[in-house]
Each structure stands twice: as C-alpha cells, then as structure tokens.
Write a protein that binds this ligand. Structure first.
Ligand code: HEC
Length: 117
C-alpha cells in the first residue's frame, strides 16, 4: 500500500469509527417501567421479599404472626397489609413505612383484581 492509499484508509477508518461511536455511547439505565397490570409475580412478590419476609418468612421470625411468602398468603391478608403499610401509628415494616410507590403498587394490585400472573 502506498502512502496516499494509507491516508485514505486511515481517513475512512476514522470516519467509520466516528459514526459508529453513537451506538457505543453509554446510555443511562432506564428505570424499570411499571407493568400495566400489577400481578403478584411481576411486582408484589419482590416488594414482599424486599421488605417483609425477613420477619414474615417461612418460618416467621422476630415475632411476626403470619408468613407472606406465597401468593395465597399475601392475597388472603391483602386488606390487613394495605392498612398496616399505610399506618403511621402502627407501621409495617415496624422500622418505618416503605416509599409511596411501593405502597401504591400493592393498592393497585388489589384494584387490578389480585392476579397471580
Ligand atoms: C422486623 C420484622 C418485621 C418486618 C420487616 C415486617 N413485619 Fe409485619 N409484623 C411484625 C410483627 C412482630 C407483627 C406482630 C405485631 C404487630 O401486629 O405489630 C407484625 C404484624 C403484621 C401484620 C398484622 C398481621 C395480623 O394478622 O394481625 C401485617 C398485616 C403485617 N405485619 C404486614 C407486614 C408487611 C406487609 C411488611 C412488609 C412491607 C411487614 N409486615 C414487615 C414484624 C415485621
């Protein structure tokens, strides 16, 4: 390859690299979108395991009276759960209420019909 060709090849390579650069850009992580319909498996299960089952596990610990590790357990007690996760005087978790979005998601699960999947 002569010198002139080398210049061409280099210039073209640079152009290509430059163009393809866009797709290599680091994009900020997009927040997980909220599913249109809230189900136990797509949302509620994770909220319970992240905030409740350290006590309401199977078996229960720390004096918790019920376990919330299955769909039917959580579904059966949904009204009690909604009351306690929004209670400032008797909060669950006892250390302090979860963020509003998690509380809204449990309520929406009920509004959506307490679906498993
Ligand atoms: C640090 C341990 C702990 C965590 C974490 C915890 N709980 Fe509890 N929970 C308890 C204890 C102890 C009781 C029983 C005393 C009481 O009712 O305050 C209880 C009682 C309850 C009750 C009343 C049950 C009944 O039949 O009377 C509900 C509903 C409840 N918890 C829901 C939750 C939910 C939902 C979460 C997560 C968002 C949660 N708890 C997290 C310890 C915990």
């Amino acid at each position: 390859m002569n010198f002139k060709n080398l210049i061409y090849v280099s210039a073209i390579s640079l152009l290509l690299l430059n163009c393809s650069g866009d797709s290599d850009e680091v994009t900020p992580p997009t927040p997980t979108p909220t599913p249109a319909t809230i189900t136990y498996n797509n949302t509620v299960k994770n909220i319970m395991s992240g905030n409740c089952t350290s006590c309401h596990g199977t078996p229960t610990t720390n004096g918790a009276p019920v376990s919330f590790t299955t769909f039917s357990q959580v579904k059966t007690d949904v009204d009690k759960i909604i009351t306690r996760i929004n209670s400032t005087t008797n909060p669950m978790p006892p250390s302090g209420l979860m963020g509003q979005s998690n509380r809204d998601l449990i309520q929406k699960w009920k509004d959506d019909g307490l679906l498993e999947n």
